[in-house]
Write a protein that binds this ligand. Structure first.
Ligand SMILES: C[S@@+](CC[C@H](N)C(=O)[O-])C[C@H]1O[C@@H](n2cnc3c(N)ncnc32)[C@H](O)[C@@H]1O
Length: 259
């Protein structure tokens, strides 16, 4: 600490650029981004900001601001009657029964709040057929791979093109093999899930199908309604289950059963 914490509001067309600049040039203690105002808390003096379209004002620092963590409104999420997701700092609700996935809400996508994640989980949960090996393509936080782990799958592969996601998934699931890159980085597996946009699923499908043995179920999530038919047709098997959560659809294909 170089001085008492002070707070400033940034307004104007250069406010976002000024925030980026402050991340590099100041010791920011907190940032609150609103629609037309950014509030920053920093140690000591605000450096001279080299931006023209910017209005800066100092505001009082309230003692209670120092206690804000951003986690106060987190809750446990009921994905299905017997499938719940919560971050570690939220207590297990009394109503929670069945499977509980404990996933921290960090920088990687996949804390259970997003509808495409819930659709993927509901689909996996509905058709789970105990694969001996399982891959999560576009793993984000690792939440879908965690589902497979909790269900007892002994060999789990995951991949993501985002390094921060790979790190998060490795921390969540130390026993999984988490690769940086697309589905081509995976070893072959019996069961597979991918929660990505329709265009990402389409682009990744040849590599995904090359790694999926077809013996156990495949789940695809993240498609908007207009994307489902085109993506579904790429697999060459009938869709056996479908979950729709808000604008996102997840679909499942059964395995052919052969081990
Ligand atoms: C919608 S998030 C899903 C995260 C998590 N699996 C979930 O269900 O919440 C999609 C993730 O896929 C990753 N991704 C996008 N294209 C990819 C690709 N071709 N191969 C691997 N990962 C990809 C993104 O970086 C992102 O982390």
């Amino acid at each position: 600490m170089t001085g008492p914490v002070r707070a400033f509001t940034l307004r104007g067309a250069d406010a976002v650029a000024a925030l980026d600049w402050l991340h590099v040039h100041a010791d920011l203690q907190g940032v609150l981004e609103g629609d037309d105002v950014i509030t920053v808390w920093l140690d000591g003096v605000l450096p001279a900001l080299p931006f023209a379209a910017l209005r800066v004002a100092e505001i009082a620092v309230r003692a209670e601001d120092a206690l804000i963590t951003g986690l106060e409104h987190d809750v446990a999420i009921e994905v299905a009657a017997d499938l719940w997701v919560r971050p570690p700092w939220v207590e297990r609700p009394a109503a929670c029964r069945g499977i509980e996935l404990v996933v921290p809400r960090g920088g990687a996508f996949g804390s259970g709040e997003h509808a495409s994640t819930r659709a993927a989980l509901r689909c996996l949960h509905a058709i789970w057929d105990a694969p001996a090996s399982f891959a999560d393509v576009g793993t984000g936080s690792g939440i879908l791979a965690l589902y497979a782990h909790v269900r007892g799958c002994g060999r789990i592969e995951a991949c993501d093109i985002d390094p921060a996601s790979v790190q998060a998934a490795r921390e969540l699931l130390p026993t999984a093999r988490v690769h940086l890159g697309g589905a081509a980085t995976l070893a072959g597996v019996d069961g597979m899930v991918a929660n990505m946009t329709g265009s990402e699923l389409t682009a990744a499908m040849p590599e995904m199908l090359a790694r999926w043995s077809g013996r156990r179920a495949l789940v695809l999530s993240g498609m908007r309604a207009g994307e489902v038919d085109a993506v579904a047709a790429l697999v060459g098997r009938p869709v056996v289950h479908r979950e729709v959560v808000e604008p996102f659809t997840a679909i499942a294909y059964a395995g052919d059963g052969a081990r």
